[in-house]
Design a protein around this ligand. Structure first.
Ligand SMILES: [Zn+2]
Length: 603
């Protein structure tokens, strides 16, 4: 696919930058603007400003800026044209022009074979459940109160006891032994290759797009083999980027406004039977940054619901740290009585009890406080102090004064310290740690802009200002571009000159120009200093000057530019002419030069 500016414009008119960015990170509405924690630097306050009118984003700290395509390209670290396609996926837009000149990459067809192979095996496992031998698996499922609907929805299957059958089935379907090894189920035996899942209940694991990529296989007879056999990592299965049931949950979570995180797949099924599909299971893996990104993309409240035992509660505490760091909003299901896990609650106490349980949500602060109260009697002063210092950063992050007081008193009660002492302590770490931070982003933004305007005329040199003014008019007007080509020819400012060159090139191919299409055009070349170029364009004031005044402004700028260029030129000549001259001669030449430039300036 090559750069087709009409198509790019069309996609852009359909894709709202706020919606698209929201599908990646949390976006907060502030008046008519939107702000977000900038994903391109280590941001703690929302420094990224999203302008829905201009359809651009700008970070006031790291100066990352651009439009909807550059955001996706930079966030996903993919080329511009791939980002265009990605945006189309997000907004559900398709067009034949998108698929022109598509190069088929051999690596993808390799992977496709594996996807096809594992998909065929999944079909074979599904068939296994219908055989007479498969009754052992069906019995197990019905004992676990799993409905037929759920069996279909989650794709449960059964691997026939004779593990050679699965292998020969796949070979009949045209897959090589290498393919079968590559999907991670081949078990080498003296009698030949066999299915490593043979005789087990099959729980397929899907990737985020809903393709089968791995299996978890459960033991159905009491022997000393492991209860679960999980597929090893393969070319198509990465534990660190897979979350059980994410493919289904992502469809419902945005509507529900939340997503539950549970430990095992049986918990996901328990949630499903009380009508909650927005639920994913960790299945024994550690949460990775990729997982966190997957959760963030949903832009919904995360609800942590791990097991009620010590290990589960401890895991929730460490996930809290991870979520705090990633700035995700979350609450936690509080442990009730002897509750162990959702699956057990459903089995022992029924669905009403489970519904009650999953809705008993507490804030991170309350959860952590309860956790400490449960594990430690807090009967010595050192432990009590430790708890206060653990909670101080949490208190600091609370914006509302009422919520702050609420938490402060809870902490004081639990640690038996005077609330005022804790308040003083929290204040002291605040003044120590972030003396210079501005809490209110709006103030920060507005004061920065005011600074720019006030000092622009004073601080920008005459030449740069004139060049900038011409460039600004070139962004929306082909006549201004022609004027530049005829009368100015080049800018001294390196960045302006580069942008102008792109403008000329683009104007050759298109009837109209505007800043947003130019940003895309530049991005499609992937220049090394793309960030700098886009940031410059976003900061330009491209408001068109009225037609009858435009010529006057352009001519005035041209005069300034030529004059300033000549001055630089003369200065260079002067320095050259001074070489090897006596002091007396030097003094005379300098005097002449100063007189000349003074009269020029007076004109
Ligand atoms: Zn930034």
């Amino acid at each position: 696919m090559k750069f087709d500016h009409e198509l790019i414009q069309e996609i852009k008119s359909r894709a709202d930058i706020v919606d698209v960015i929201s599908s990646y990170i949390n976006v907060i509405k502030k008046g008519r603007r939107y702000v977000a924690i900038c994903p391109f630097h280590d941001d703690h306050d929302p420094s990224m400003n999203i302008d829905p009118e201009k359809q651009t984003f700008t970070c006031y700290v790291c100066h990352h800026s651009g439009d909807v395509f550059t955001f996706v390209s930079d966030y996903e670290k993919i080329p511009f044209m791939d980002a265009v396609k990605k945006v189309c996926e997000i907004i559900n837009f398709d067009d034949p022009r998108l698929h022109q000149n598509e190069i088929k990459r051999p690596i993808n067809t390799d992977l496709q074979v594996l996807y096809n192979c594992i998909n065929e095996l999944q079909k074979f496992y599904r068939y296994g459940l219908e055989t007479e031998e498969g009754n052992i698996a069906l019995d197990y499922l019905s004992r676990r109160k799993i409905s037929n609907e759920q069996i279909d929805k989650f794709g449960f299957g059964y691997a026939l006891n004779d593990g050679k059958k699965a292998i020969s089935y796949l070979q009949q379907k045209g897959f090589s032994l290498k393919n079968i090894e590559d999907i991670g189920i081949a078990l080498a035996k003296t009698s030949g290759t066999s299915d490593s899942n043979a005789g087990r209940l099959i729980i397929p694991i899907f990737n985020t797009n809903g393709q089968v990529v791995a299996f978890s296989a459960r033991r159905l007879v009491d022997d000393d083999s492991p209860k679960y056999v999980n597929s090893p990592e393969t070319k198509i299965f990465r534990k660190g980027s897979t979350l059980y049931n994410y493919n289904i949950a992502k469809q419902t979570a945005r509507h529900d406004g939340f997503i539950y995180i549970v430990e095992g797949f049986m918990d996901v099924l328990a949630f499903d039977s009380i009508g909650i599909s927005s639920c994913i299971a960790l299945m024994g893996t550690k949460l990775t940054d990729t997982h966190v990104d997957l959760l963030r993309k949903l832009n919904v409240e995360i609800r942590l619901c791990l097991d009620g035992d010590n290990a589960g509660q401890q895991a929730m505490m460490s996930l809290m740290t991870m979520f705090d760091k990633a700035n995700l909003s979350y609450r936690l299901v509080s442990k009730v009585g002897e509750a162990k896990d959702p699956d057990e609650i459903l089995k022992n106490s029924g669905s009403d009890e489970l519904k009650l349980y999953v809705n008993s949500l507490v804030d991170p602060f309350d959860f952590a406080l309860n956790y400490y109260k449960n594990i430690s009697p807090l009967d010595n002063i050192d432990d009590r102090k430790k708890v206060v210092s653990h909670f101080a950063p949490m208190l600091l992050s609370i914006k509302s004064k009422f919520d702050f007081d609420d938490c402060l008193y809870k902490l004081a009660e639990a640690t038996r310290f005077n609330p005022n002492a804790i308040r003083e302590y929290v204040k002291s770490i605040k003044t120590n740690s972030d003396n210079n931070k501005t809490d209110d982003f709006v103030d920060y933004f507005d004061s920065n802009r005011a600074y720019d305007k006030k000092t622009l005329n004073k601080e920008l040199r005459r030449l740069t200002l004139a060049e900038k003014t011409v460039l600004e008019q070139m962004m929306n007007n082909k006549d201004a571009i022609s004027f530049y080509e005829r009368n100015i020819k080049y800018f001294i400012n390196e960045i302006y000159r580069q942008i102008a060159n792109y403008l000329i090139q683009f104007a050759d191919e298109s009837d109209t120009v505007n800043p947003s299409i130019i940003m895309d055009y530049i991005s499609s070349f992937e220049p090394e200093n793309k960030k700098e170029l886009l940031n410059e364009i976003v900061s330009l004031d491209t408001t068109p000057i009225e037609k009858d005044k435009l010529d006057e402004v352009l001519n005035e700028c041209r005069n300034i530019i030529i004059e300033e260029r000549n001055k630089t030129f003369e200065k260079k000549n002067l320095l050259k002419s001074l070489e090897g001259k006596s002091d007396q001669e030097k003094a005379k030449l300098l005097k002449d030069y100063i007189n000349k430039t003074n009269t020029n300036d007076a004109k």
